[in-house]
Design a protein around this ligand. Structure first.
Ligand code: FPP
Length: 247
């Protein structure tokens, strides 16, 4: 039986978020430049996106470039931005074929104009697709997002459009960049690092965390299925007792 066949269809997560880590180390192990790792990382992005779409998972969110990544050497940042443009161009057809809708979260104004334009174009072209929503977190950090949410709520309170007592978890969620998207039930991080790194801090409150040692460019469908199988073996309690959940 293949790993895919072992999955229980009605216990798949609706939303999987991934910190794609280890491109640099993968390249270094091969005596190559960091960009070599990022380029090979695209294959893993394609595999996981196709696998998620096939399984009818509704949302996949990939941490592609953090606010902190701007402080990497300019040559790497520039090359990553070019890679994003070329990948979005070359993959738009595959996204259409797989009924995938592209979405982006992050401080998009800080991205180079070419990246913004390419993103907008692909988001528009795929906007009617009804399968998987693929969200790229670009120039994203959770603290940035939370600060933006604070500002948005404070402005409405100041203008008397909102009372302080109206502020609850649903309202805060509606001010996050992921508004309208359910919280991830599963967050995967590759490469052996066990950190959240400023990714979806609000949304990951009850997510199952899965860490594996595989470096991102090596991550394939079976590794994704393994993460999903591990998720399916867990008991999600949301603060309740095990006995309460079983009832
Ligand atoms: C982390 O590995 C990876 C990134 C910062 C970039 C991720 C980009 C891609 C996978 C390619 C393009 C993506 C899309 C969505 C088209 P790292 O560089 O921090 O690796 P290291 O920790 O081994 O140095």
């Amino acid at each position: 039986m293949s790993l895919k066949d072992e999955l229980i269809q009605d216990r798949l997560p609706n939303h999987v978020a991934i910190i794609m880590d280890g491109n640099g180390r993968w390249a270094k192990q091969r005596g190559n430049s960091r960009m070599f790792g990022h380029k090979h990382g695209v294959t893993a992005v394609r595999e996981v996106t196709e696998a998620a779409a096939e399984l009818n998972i509704k949302y996949l969110t990939l941490y592609a470039f953090s606010t902190e990544n701007w402080s990497r050497p300019k040559t790497e940042v520039d090359a990553l931005m070019s890679l994003l443009v070329s990948t979005i161009s070359s993959e738009t057809g595959t996204l259409m074929k797989n009924n995938v809708r592209l979405n982006a979260i992050g401080c998009k104004e800080t991205l180079p104009r070419g990246v913004q334009a390419k993103l907008e174009d692909c988001i528009k072209k795929t906007s009617e697709n009804t399968g998987l929503t693929l969200t790229l977190a670009l120039s994203y950090s959770s603290r940035w997002e939370i600060i933006e949410a604070f500002k948005g709520v404070a402005k409405r309170v100041k203008n008397n459009e909102l009372s302080i007592d109206d502020i609850d978890a649903d309202l805060v969620s509606s001010y996050m960049a992921t508004a309208g998207i359910p919280d991830p039930e599963l967050m995967i991080r590759t490469s052996g690092e066990q950190r959240i790194s400023n990714f979806l801090l609000w949304q990951l409150a009850y997510s199952e965390l899965y860490f594996c040692n595989i470096l991102w460019p090596d991550f394939r469908r079976d590794d994704f299925y393994r993460a999903l199988l591990d998720f399916q073996g867990r008991e999600r309690r949301f603060g309740k007792t095990g006995d309460q959940i079983k009832k």
